[in-house]
Design a protein around this ligand. Sequence first.
Ligand code: GLN
Ligand code: ZN
Length: 765
Amino acid sequence: MTRITNLGFPRIGAKRELKRAVERHWRGESDAAQLQATARELRLRHWRLQREAGVDTPPSNDFSLYDQVLDAAFGFDAIPERYRALADADPLAGYFALARGHQKDGIDLHALEMTKWFDTNYHYLVPELQAGQRFALRDDKPVREYLEARAAGIETRPVLIGPVTLLWLSKTVDGSDRFALLDALLPAYAELLARLHAAGAQWVQIDEPALVLDLDATARAAYTRAYAALAQGPRPQLLLATYFGALDDNLPLAASLPVDGLHVDLVRGREQLDAVLGALPAGRTLSLGLVDGRNIWRTRLDEALVLARYAIEARGDDAVWLAPSCSLLHVPVDLVHEKALDAELRGWLAFARQKLDELRLLSDALADPNAAEPALAQAREAIAARRASPRVQRSEVAARVAALDASATHRTSPFARRRAAQDALRPLPLLPTTTIGSFPQTLEVREARAAHKSGRLAQADYDAFVATQIEHCVRVQEAIGLDVLVHGEFERNDMVEYFGEQLDGFAFTKSGWVQSYGSRCVKPPVIYGDVARPAPMTVRWSRFAQSLTDRPMKGMLTGPVTVLQWSFVRDDQSRADTCRQIALALRDEVTDLEAAGIGVIQIDEPALREGLPLRRADWAGYLDWAVESFRISASGVADTTQIHTHMCYSEFNDIIEAVAAMDADVISIETSRSRMELLDAFVRFEYPNGIGPGVYDIHSPRVPDVEEMTALLHRAAELIPVAQLWVNPDCGLKTRGWPETQAALEALVEAARRLRAELPATRAA
Ligand code: GLN
Ligand code: ZN
């Protein structure tokens, strides 16, 4: 039998047991021993599940109480000085302090910075290093978990983040070269490998996903040096795991490293198989990533079989393993919990458990094609049914995308002309004030929504409740003196789900949870079919809100790229085409809002930047269709209609041209924490359109005062012509409470007034 292997299993538990246990511990409702007991139970359950599914040597140390990168940094003693006393006194408290800060008993520690794990929606903690950093094997968690599994009769393959990827993911606080720390780090790795060897581990999986990125000479040299060193000591056999893309120009490097096996991603890097077979020295094991670890569709097994047979022919049955493309961390645990999904749709999906079953079927088919044929035929039928389903293919949607031309992606007039028309129709003061959309989602709001969803609150009563919330929100904004109002988004659960639920082509799972960071999980919508909008989605509440006031009411939409980026997307057409379909549905919404008298419409694209491909060479292609999609959504309106967009937490320097090409009349961005540093890109580029640099950090309960916001506005006005500037918070206010929101917005409006009084110029009208 061809061996089945797995790179990692979702650790959170099908019912989010780990989330619950960790949060209970944080609330002080359970001690460390109780938390560890739940953790152990989950590990054992997942190892057993994988063994039952036919996985030969399941991974261990893929478990984490918070994050695997933090585990590695902590284990190698890369603990910044400020956490050390706590970590020495109470390792678990120290570990969680690094993860999420610590405010107790006179200790006040910030958390480490968090950022996205490659191009996934998983976030890791960024290790903080510095020149002269020392490493040591502080915690041998990988050994402990290996022994734990062995005690339960299960031989596992410990997973370690490779040293070069670990350094690549880290930052140095003093700006020194991360890779200069490699020599200091390697002895700690060598010791860990020696201990795993002594404990009896046959194989260790060393994850080096950085090998699919653009690497400079320093990083390449680090690889050569690191693996030459690690190859030496007593150690288990090493499986070098690469994923999230093809090795491409790094293939010769990866193949040259003195390890015992190589895992390659054949889902995203299908074309690399031939080159890999040619480059990998004889005697090395090759692990084939055939089943998509990043998405939830059933695998096209016939195609996977062709690849597997081809590889086996070249290298022999013993030297080839079958695997998912990457760790299954990025997909939900098990489809059996989706009782509410209709059977047809369920038949198209595979979660972690089903993906292992697929690998098993591949292995069976390689061993005995005839015996496996009935199961293969069934899988084939499911895929054919999906392809042919009228729920998936809708000719009118495809036809509309095919008919898109330049007229659909351009506003009628250039910005300057639009600006004049907008000012004439809707005169606003210099430095107009507005907010990003949502207002506090109080317990009351969330309870009403939950009651409505479960049927305890009748539709009419819920609607009346939402109307009251909107009315209150409008009155508050009027009293504060904001210039462009919003309705507050009280009717929305989530900025993607709210739209997905009203669009054709989207499905929602009951427990399709995926870890986003720490104990936070998300349930991404599934885009399974051509996207269409059966009816207007936001017009009703926007129109109602506008009817309450004479001031402009801003319509509020989530942009096409963000909807795409935060969903599981189709694998049977390009992301670009799915994005264009969403864009067309939103375009209709935008023109309907305009027709309903909404003259200012914001299309949020907070996820635009995170969609950037891992390889620089692919950026332009992505940005082309991403910007085009935004423009499809935004371009159906008259010159007098003002289109806003909003992007938070973005570094704009390397994408400023694309941001400008979106051609929104106004963009609002997050800038208050960085004290306007993020404006640099706009300044250098001489960004021509309206721009609202956030002056109120909504990620903190702190209320900034008038002086503070005035200072930020002064800074902005030094950098950007004042006629272009808007005044707004960094992001939506839904996580804030009413009192602090009100106080902060009053100060914001006052700061704008002070600046207006100081400035001689008046906004052209
Ligand atoms: N309009 C959304 C809000 O105000 C934007 C949220 C976001 O940028 N993530 O909540
Ligand atoms: Zn935002």
